[in-house]
Design a protein. Structure first.
Length: 91
């Protein structure tokens, strides 16, 4: 069974909140992208997958193939950023 985890991009502070941080201030509310602190968040769910380096892959992560084209699969992909901290990567 896949582990259900989230991270949240704080639109005003321009930073990620971990699931632990969200739970400490009322994690239930994050299901709707709203917090008790009246902040707006974009939630990203963990895909249950990891990249070549063992880093957890979340929605919004940007990855590249690290190796010959004929190889495929996540064992040859690495996360190079995400759509919030590195918007230039999606152009």
């Amino acid at each position: 069974m896949r582990e259900i985890k989230f991270r949240a991009w704080d639109k005003s502070e321009k930073r990620y909140w971990s699931q632990k941080e969200m739970n400490e201030i009322g994690g239930f509310y994050y299901t709707f992208g709203v917090s008790p602190l009246k902040k707006e968040f974009d939630l990203q769910q963990y895909t249950g997958l990891k990249d070549k380096n063992g880093k957890e892959i979340y929605e919004g992560d940007v990855m590249v193939l690290d190796g010959p084209i004929f190889r495929s699969g996540l064992s040859h992909c690495i996360i190079i950023g995400n759509i919030y901290e590195n918007p230039e990567l999606i152009k």
